[in-house]
Design a protein around this ligand. Structure first.
Ligand code: GRF
Length: 201
């Protein structure tokens, strides 16, 4: 059974969706550990309530690579095969990325490469796009970069606020994160340049 490591910093709704799908047998893996860089993260509590290994490694005041070494050590201790960033508000060092080659996923609430970084839904509203969405991609050491695995489009409605748009996107996030995890766990893909191409089992 493959082992997932979830990294989060806050609310943890993507973690919950993944955990629900693991429990329902829709993801053929187990959650080995949930790690937060913030002690107050709701996601950490949710993980504990589910009886999962939930670890806080505070990042405050730490240098990037020194911090990443602690996180990588924790992931290895739990023999994690695939790392899922789920609202983890930190850029990963080249060291971290090298330790898990093509084994780190992230979800972003926009159709990358549009609107990388913080407040992607606000950025989309401000720009006036009519369609936005979400993206699951492999993580490299650059922000919201790395080959794209799955995307979903979401319409922007005239009366949308950041809240209503974010909620519509979040529903799709919860769906496509599981889809992307299953693609990567299956190994039925290859990468050509930046393109992730599905292959037959
Ligand atoms: C999501 O919108 C995700 O796309 C972004 O951070 C947010 C995390 O939400 N990377 P949650 O903690 O999973 O509820």
């Amino acid at each position: 059974m493959k082992r997932l490591g979830i990294l989060l910093s806050g609310r943890g709704s993507n973690f919950e969706a993944i955990a629900d799908n693991v429990a329902a047998g829709k993801i053929n893996a187990e959650i080995a550990v949930v790690i937060s860089n913030r002690p107050e993260a709701r996601g950490l509590e949710l993980a504990r309530a589910r009886g999962l290994n939930a670890v806080c490694i505070p990042s405050k005041g730490m240098e990037r690579e020194a911090y990443d070494r602690l996180v990588v050590a924790e992931l290895k201790k739990h023999q994690v095969d695939l790392v899922c960033l789920a609202g983890f508000m930190r850029l990963l060092s080249a060291y971290f990325v090298r330790e898990f080659p093509l084994r780190i996923l992230n979800i972003h609430p926009a159709l990358l490469p549009s609107f990388p970084g913080l407040d992607a839904q606000h950025q989309a509203l401000e720009h006036g796009v009519k369609i936005t969405g979400c993206t699951v991609h492999f993580v490299d050491e650059n922000l919201d970069s790395g080959p794209i695995i799955v995307q979903a489009a979401v319409p922007v409605l005239d009366d949308d606020t950041v809240e209503t748009l974010s909620a519509r996107i979040l529903k799709e996030e919860h769906r496509i994160y599981t889809e992307a995890i299953n693609i990567v766990l299956s190994g039925n893909f290859r990468i050509e340049g930046r393109r992730v191409l599905l292959t037959k089992p």
